[in-house]
Design a protein. Structure first.
Length: 321
C-alpha cells in the first residue's frame, strides 16, 4: 500500500540524514574519522591506507591511529606486521592489540595467553584503558567464553564496548538485553557509525518490518562509503530473513567476487543454496572452501561435530549382517 511505501521512504530519508549529519559533524572535528569509520564498516585496506596518510596532531592521536592501523592488519590476518612492530616498550593500548594478534596467530599458546589474561583481569583494572577491555573481550569471545567477554566489556563505557556487547548478546539470543544496550548507545551518540550498525544488527534480530530498516542502514553505508563484505552480508541477511532468496544471491555473489574465501559469505551461501534448492554439490563446494580456508571457524567445528554425531547414530541403527 502507498502509505507503507511512504513510511519506508521516510525511514530511508531519516537514515540518510543521520549519516550525513554524522559524517559532517565528525569529519570536521575528528582527524581520524576516516580511519576509524573505514575500520568499523569493514573496509580494512582503506583504514590502513588512510592511517598511513594522516598526520596526527598529537601523541595521543598518533597512538589512536596506530591502534586502528594494527587492528586493520589483524582483521586481514597479517599478524606478523603487528607482532614485529609493537615492541615491549610500546604503550599499554598497543600491548593489548599485540596480545590479541598473538592469541590469533599462535594456536599452541592460546591457553597460556588466556591464563595470563585471567590474572590481569583478576587485578584491579584501569577501566580507562578501553582498548585493553576490547582486546580482552575479543580474546575471550574467540575462546568461546562469552561470559568473560561481557564482564570485560561491562567495565567500559565507550561506543565500541557497547557495540561488541550487543554482538555477543545477540549471539546468546538475549535480544532484550541487546535492546537496552542499544538505547544507551543512542543516548550517547545516535548518529555515530557504530550506533547505526548496532541498530541494524538489533533490527535484524527483531525481524518483521524492522528488516527493511536494517537493510536501508547497510545500503546507505555502502552507497556513502564502500560496499564492504560486512555491509553486503548484512544486506544479504536482511533479504534472507524476508525470504527474498534471489536478491540475497545477487548480493552474496558480489561479496564472493570481492573475496572468494570470506567465511561469513560462504556460510550465507551454504544456507542460501539450500533454500534455492540448488544441487547438493553446490552446497558441498561452499562447505569444502570453508573447511580448506577456515578449519577452526566455529561454524565448521559445529558442523563437523554434527556430522560425527550423525555417523555414530547411523552405525547404531545399521542393519546387522
Amino acid at each position: 500500500p502507498e502509505c507503507s511505501r511512504r513510511a519506508l521512504r521516510g525511514r530511508r530519508r531519516r537514515v540518510r540524514g543521520k549519516m550525513a549529519a554524522a559524517a559532517a559533524g565528525q569529519g570536521e572535528t575528528d582527524e581520524l574519522f576516516d580511519v576509524r569509520n573505514s575500520f568499523y564498516i569493514g573496509a580494512f585496506q582503506a583504514a590502513i591506507n588512510e592511517a598511513q596518510r594522516v598526520k596526527p596532531s598529537s601523541p595521543e592521536k598518533e597512538v589512536e591511529r596506530d591502534i586502528f592501523l594494527y587492528r586493520a592488519y589483524i582483521a586481514q590476518k597479517k599478524y606478523g606486521v603487528v607482532l614485529d612492530e609493537i615492541k615491549p616498550s610500546s604503550c599499554p593500548e598497543l600491548q593489548a592489540v599485540r596480545m590479541f594478534a598473538e592469541y590469533l596467530s599462535n594456536e599452541s599458546q592460546r591457553d597460556t595467553i588466556v591464563a595470563e589474561l585471567d590474572k590481569k583481569m583478576a587485578k584491579s583494572m584501569d577501566a580507562s584503558n578501553t582498548m585493553f577491555l576490547l582486546m580482552a573481550a575479543s580474546v575471550y569471545f574467540h575462546d568461546q567464553n562469552p561470559d568473560a567477554a561481557l564482564r570485560a566489556l561491562h567495565q567500559g563505557d565507550s561506543l565500541e564496548c557497547m557495540a561488541m556487547t550487543i554482538q555477543i548478546l545477540l549471539k546468546l539470543d538475549r535480544l532484550d538485553l541487546a535492546r537496552k544496550e542499544l538505547k544507551k548507545m543512542q543516548e550517547q551518540d545516535e548518529d555515530a557509525t557504530l550506533t547505526q550498525l548496532a541498530t541494524a544488527w538489533v533490527n535484524l534480530a527483531v525481524g518483521g518490518e524492522k528488516l527493511q530498516d536494517a537493510y536501508y542502514i547497510f545500503q546507505e553505508m555502502a552507497d556513502k562509503w564502500s560496499s564492504t563484505l560486512l555491509l553486503l552480508n548484512g544486506q544479504a541477511a536482511c533479504y534472507m530473513a524476508q525470504s527474498k532468496w534471489e536478491d540475497a544471491e545477487g548480493v552474496l555473489q558480489e561479496a564472493l567476487d570481492k573475496d572468494s574465501s570470506h567465511p561469513e559469505t560462504l556460510i550465507n551461501l551454504v544456507v542460501l543454496s539450500q533454500h534455492l534448492g540448488k544441487p547438493p554439490e553446490v552446497t558441498n563446494r561452499y562447505l569444502s572452501q570453508l573447511k580448506d580456508a577456515h578449519r577452526n571457524h566455529p561454524f565448521i567445528k559445529e558442523y563437523q561435530t554434527k556430522e560425527n554425531d550423525f555417523d555414530r547414530l547411523a552405525l547404531q541403527y545399521a542393519p546387522s549382517a
